[in-house]
Design a protein around this ligand. Sequence first.
Ligand code: CAA
Length: 380
Amino acid sequence: MELELTDEQRLVQKTAADFARAEVLPKAAEIDQKHRHPKELVARMAELGLLGIAVPEQYGGAGFDTLSYVLAMEEISRACASTGVIMSVNNSLVCDPLVKFGTEAQKQKWLVPLASGKKLGCFALSEPEAGSDAAAQKTIARLVGDEWVINGVKNWITNGPVADVCILFTMNDPAKGHKGITAFILPMDHAGVRCGPADKKLGIRGSQSCQIFLDDVRLSKEHLLGEVGGGFKVAMSTLDGGRIGIASQALGIARAALEDATAYACERRTFGKPIAQHQAIQFKLADMATEIDAARLLTWRAATLKDQGARHTAESSMAKVFASEVANRAAKEAVQIFGGNGYVEDFPVERHFRDAKITEIYEGTSEIQRLVIAASLLKE
Ligand code: CAA
């Protein structure tokens, strides 16, 4: 793995960092406090090519690699984790499976507008009774004549209330378990599709999520993504990439915690000197910085493997579980360094503390990541 970034990767990183600092960061607190979908920032991300970073240019994307995507995700999430996850879902969970499993006609019809940011996507795998146990799907798809008729409920669908297109997972044959799962491309304005109210969340409050109700939704065969019964593999291999995106989001949150805490520690004085001069604070900052670097190396390794076309299931889970736990430790220590000021909305670290938590939950909990890693150790 090259640790030196290419000129192209540095350019993507700088573009994202400049945008994040100038346009995203000044709005992050307001977006959080108002639980507001940052529509204008999504439009700007589309202009900058950040919504389909690793999608080939012929399909509307920016044509960069996964490592470039990771670099950009860290910068955007450093400024605003809500904006980061909107970007991550569109790139990893929507564009990526269309690149990998879509037909040429589907790529032209759906991928081009999604990768260029003219449309926004969501990914509907989870259900009220199927979160970690993704194969326990109940949303049913029955073939009636030439059409698939779909009924069911999807839960916690990030981008759901604002999405134009959904990568939808259904059960076409419950007797077959995970081999009976089928994926579809669903336009969100299709008859029978209804979003519930936006979830009221602890953190990433600018990221809208909701339930999606599917009542006799009729889709033609052109909407099938991959093979009938092949949906579980579409979901799992997509999440292999998605977990790299969430690791990068966690890195961004962790870095925000470290940078904010370092700046505060240099200003805040106790016992006659800045608190940064006390070893108790220095040890915290040193541990945060070391862990963030380690998390970044794991994330870059997973991204590099993906770019090389190698299987990266365990490495993505390692990056995600480690980076998300680093983000939570860093945010907790940042609140401690801020003391009373860390507990109030006037300063950003209480937001980092709330935003960090979700990275240990979505796209597979920390417990699921450990199961995936263990499975790779134990297989023959
Ligand atoms: N790539 C390709 N195929 C894979 C795979 C992968 N990464 N992982 C598993 N498979 C295949 C297996 O090879 C197996 O295939 P065969 O039957 O042909 O051998 C099949 O899938 C079943 O594998 P398992 O027996 O391992 O499946 P399982 O039912 O035990 O589940 C699990 C495994 C890892 C627990 C999985 O259910 C899982 O990842 N759960 C978490 C779900 C999750 O991450 N949900 C997130 C929702 S999306 C979200 O959060 C988005 C958002 O809001 C931002």
